[in-house]
Ligand binder design. Structure first.
Ligand code: ADE
Length: 445
């Protein structure tokens, strides 16, 4: 059916086809309200379900919600009709980086360096949240209007949860030319290390203009990948060669970590011709990455006996979507205006509870555990509209990431918002990774 010229839910006007991804077509569209250009990935629900890809689609959506970074294509919202799922995402105006490589044969080492730094910065951010891309290749690397990198297509990414008990990922995925030897060996692999391998392949392609592992058939290509049988062209600088031989190590345990890559001479300094502009990008990247990694000092996890039995509820991807502000899927089902606030945390459940207890104590509030893994916090005095109370639930997104949802259950809304802003939020800051869902609150005003 023709999509071009159609309007999606009276919100987006569909325009040209941008490309075909693993699970469906991607169209350029215009937001009718803001006139902003967006990219819309259209997936057929039937096809998704028939081929049992629903888990992957859910993963893609969830993953994109979890990772917000300037070098990652941002997910705006998700819409659904009876037979289609629409993923509305940031439009990367500059198109595929791969096209740029093809146009010029290869990139200068300075350009390859700049994109590699941005790629590593994006990957560092994802990995620190337990998210692995698993399908990194030049086609998934887009450019924005400033020529900066945007990593897209998280269709094959996986949460650390999907690991078996040995802590390794087991699904064979990724495109053959870029997959790491341990993925081919099917012995289970560390998602972070195999992404690093793919980054090495991407770096090689950017600076060389051709693939490092080539052969007349798949067997030969796999053999070369397995043995890391490749040769750097003579125009690569010595420092670049040294880094690539380290990254493309067939033994994942010997492969450098992201931190080690960031400490390498080529990554830090780049090739000799590196421009002042590139140096600026390097320092900006370093700042963002460091900011994302700063962790407040570890505190002793003391919690009330009763609280110790509180286990984080596991959320499936659609529940996360339903909880996510700004996603139309939740809008389809939830009519009432919710007085909810949410934040994500990379701290253990007990550390989050301990902070809630500290806050309640300091603010002279009652705190107790109720059913459904809920912590209920209550005022001691009558307010303008009865006693103020709000419930807090903690959900596990990945073992290292929790979603905490606070919902006012009684009392006056303004009193609640004041308490939240002035009392609760500042006291929770050490366990908060990012606050979400403020727009819902604004709607109620
Ligand atoms: N092709 C696939 N996804 C895209 C996006 N977000 N922007 C531009 N082109 C794309």
């Amino acid at each position: 059916m023709k999509t071009r010229g159609k309007t999606l839910m009276e919100r987006y006007e569909m325009e040209k086809l941008l490309g075909k991804g693993t699970f469906g077509k991607v169209h350029y569209a215009r937001d009718l309200e803001s006139s902003q250009g967006v990219a819309i990935k259209i997936m057929d629900k039937d096809r998704v379900l028939k081929v049992r890809l629903s888990e992957q689609v859910k993963r893609e959506i969830t993953t994109m919600r979890l990772v917000e970074h300037k070098n990652i294509v941002c997910l705006h919202e998700v819409m659904a009709t009876w037979n289609k799922i629409y993923i509305i995402m940031e439009y990367a105006k500059g198109g595929e980086l791969w096209d740029k490589v093809k146009r010029s044969g290869r990139l200068t080492e300075a350009d390859a360096h700049r994109y590699f730094q941005q790629l590593i910065s994006a990957l560092d951010h994802c990995h620190s949240r337990g998210v692995y891309h698993r399908d990194l290749k030049p086609e998934n690397l887009l450019l924005d209007e400033n020529g900066d990198l945007k990593v897209s297509d998280f269709g094959l990414s996986a949460f650390s949860e999907s690991r078996r008990t040995d802590g390794l990922l087991h699904t064979v995925c990724g495109t053959s030319m870029y997959i790491a030897p341990e993925v081919i060996r099917k012995t289970g692999y560390d998602g972070a290390k195999s992404d690093i391998w793919s980054c090495g392949v991407v770096l090689f392609i950017l600076a060389a203009g051709y693939l490092p592992f080539q052969g007349p058939n798949l067997m030969e290509i796999y053999r070369k990948i397995h043995d890391s049988d490749f040769k750097c062209p003579n125009w690569f600088s010595h420092k670049l060669k040294r880094l690539l031989y380290k990254i493309l190590n067939p033994n994942p345990s010997m492969r450098p970590s992201i931190q080690e890559i960031k400490e390498s001479t080529w990554f830090r300094k780049g090739p000799r011709e590196i421009s002042a502009v590139n140096k600026k990008v390097l320092s900006e990247n370093a700042t963002t990455t460091n900011a994302a990694r700063v962790l407040p000092s570890r505190r002793k996890e003391i919690a009330h006996e009763d609280m110790k039995s509180l286990v984080a509820t596991n959320l499936n991807a659609f529940e996360i979507i339903a909880l996510s502000a700004g996603l139309d899927l939740s809008g389809l089902f939830i009519k009432e205006c919710r007085k909810e606030t949410r934040f994500t945390s990379d701290k253990p459940v007990l550390a989050i509870i301990a902070k809630l207890e500290d806050a309640a104590k300091a603010l002279n509030l009652r705190i107790r555990k109720t059913d459904n893994n809920t912590v209920s916090i209550q005022g001691r005095k009558e307010g303008r509209n009865g006693v103020l109370q709000f419930d807090t639930q903690i959900f596990e997104i990945t073992p290292s990431c929790h979603l905490v949802q606070m919902k006012q259950t009684s009392g006056d809304l303004l009193e609640y918002e004041k308490l939240l802003e002035e009392g609760i939020r500042p006291r929770l800051k050490d366990v908060v990774w990012a606050w979400h869902g403020d727009d819902l609150q604004q709607k109620q005003e």
